[in-house]
Design a protein around this ligand. Structure first.
Ligand SMILES: O=C(O)C1=C[C@@H](OP(=O)(O)O)[C@@H](O)[C@H](O)C1
Ligand SMILES: C=C(OP(=O)(O)O)C(=O)O
Length: 429
């Protein structure tokens, strides 16, 4: 296992010198792990998570819940969560995790005192305003300590919340909706939430929230467009297995497209709410051959990648990986529906355009995406902007372009504990 401490600041991305033939065990889903943790913390009895992701984002969630008075223990490879009374007078470190900064403020409103939220410097740029406005509309006092609608802030927990109805503009992030719904069963009257904005990104992630709540016994009505209603009720402690992170499978599966050969990912779910479940269809459109045998997903490539016109509003999370693939295609690609990527770990549209251009490629930002025109590339540094998906995108480009050096590859630890080890093993298999 490669540890962050031993990784060079500029990581020479390995070239693929032959067709691949590898099986990659992808760690658990960040989005599922952090939802299960939050629901388990609010449940009426303990829970066990099997196959949970143990990476920076989920360890931050676990640490935050412990601060709030919840027991989160490792038991071998499992996490055991023991709910307790939620306590205030604490600080939550969000790091750069959208799920921590957007899921926990509504939980903090149920604590018995103030909860301060802070995070990485890069996190202070991420939009939070609609979450804070919704909490205020529900009667919660929120003090902001920096720029309006940004971290850091303090949520003054009051032990309980009446709940009721609230409007939220979630066009910048689906996590604004998910965060409120996750806490809503514990509000006295539950919650009816209406999304008011012009667009709604990452709908599968909202469906994931609804699914995981229902699985814990919540009554959720999602029959009306852009309206969700959670009835007040008890959430049950559960014993659950976390699916592999299909978005983190993306760079590995794309590697087969770039290098040729086959990459297999076991544990692929037959049905899923993860947006990474859309990836096989995208890769087929880009020239890959995809098959699912039992629970093993295989992508076979020839090294020839087709450019494509894709609306990624449902699966913006995998856009950086697909952008890297598009750079190596034989025709232009347009990625649409992803204006909200400007509020991710970094402004991903700007970052991708800058890094592709730095290597001699052509990438233009549009109002809601990118247009990428393949050009011959030369090696050089690829900056990561503290963004795990920018770092893995650099690794993918480096499979084909000699001399790509990914800055701060250790930032992949946000959602994959050992990206470099898995990547090297895939290339050496
Ligand atoms: O709820 C979640 O677990 C997530 C929702 C999405 O956020 P946005 O809607 O902000 O894109 C996604 O990009 C993020 O990686 C995880
Ligand atoms: C947008 C992402 O993360 P976050 O959960 O921090 O929003 C991501 O993982 O691509």
């Amino acid at each position: 296992m490669t540890t962050a401490a031993t990784l060079p600041h500029l990581w020479p991305a390995p070239l693929a010198d032959r067709a691949l033939d590898a099986t990659v065990e992808v760690p658990g889903s960040k989005s599922l792990t952090n939802r299960f943790l939050v629901i388990a913390a609010l449940a009426s009895s303990p829970s066990r998570l099997r196959g949970a992701l143990l990476s920076r984002d989920t360890l931050l969630m676990a640490a935050a819940l412990r601060q709030l008075g919840v027991g989160v223990e490792q038991d071998g490879p499992d996490l055991v969560i023991t709910p307790g009374p939620l306590r205030g007078g604490v600080t939550v470190d969000c790091g750069l995790a959208g799920t921590v900064m957007r899921f926990l403020p509504a939980i903090a409103a149920l604590a018995d005192g103030p909860v301060r939220f802070d995070g990485d410097t890069a996190a202070l740029a991420r939009p939070m305003g609609p979450v804070l406005a919704a909490l205020r509309a529900l009667g919660v006092r929120v003090d902001e300590h920096g720029e309006a609608g940004r971290l850091p802030f303090t949520v003054h927990g009051r032990g309980s919340l009446p709940g009721g109805q609230v409007d939220v503009d979630a066009s910048q992030s689906s996590q604004f909706v998910s965060g409120l719904l996750l806490a809503a069963a514990r509000f006295d009257h539950g919650l009816t939430l209406r999304h008011t904005g012009p667009t709604l990104p990452s709908l599968p992630h909202i469906e994931m929230t609804v699914d995981t709540l229902r699985a814990a016994g919540a009554t959720v009505d999602a029959t009306r467009p852009a309206i969700w209603q959670v009835a007040p009720g008890v959430l049950a402690g559960r014993d659950v297995r976390v699916e592999p992170d299909l978005s983190n499978a993306a760079p590995f599966l794309c590697a087969a497209m770039v290098a040729g050969g086959a990459v297999r990912v076991p544990g692929w779910p037959a049905t899923t709410t993860q947006p990474g479940g859309l990836l096989p269809g995208y890769l087929e459109r880009m020239g890959g051959a995809v098959s699912l045998d039992g629970d093993v997903l295989t992508v076979r490539g020839t090294g020839v990648v087709r450019g494509v016109d894709l609306d990624l509003h449902a699966a913006g999370e995998i856009a950086p990986t697909l952008a890297a693939l598009a750079v190596l295609a034989d025709s232009p690609t347009r990625l649409r529906g992803i204006a909200h990527l400007r509020g991710h770990e970094t402004d991903r549209l700007a970052a991708l355009a800058a890094e592709i251009t730095r290597l001699g490629g052509q990438a233009e930002q549009t109002a809601d995406g990118l247009v990428i025109t393949p050009r011959p590339l030369t090696g050089g540094p690829w900056h990561s902007y503290e963004d795990h998906r920018m770092a893995t995108a650099g690794a993918l480009v480096g499979l084909r372009v000699p001399g790509v050096e990914v800055e701060d590859i250790a930032t992949t630890g946000k959602t994959i504990p050992d990206f470099v080890g898995l990547w090297s093993a895939m290339l050496d298999a």
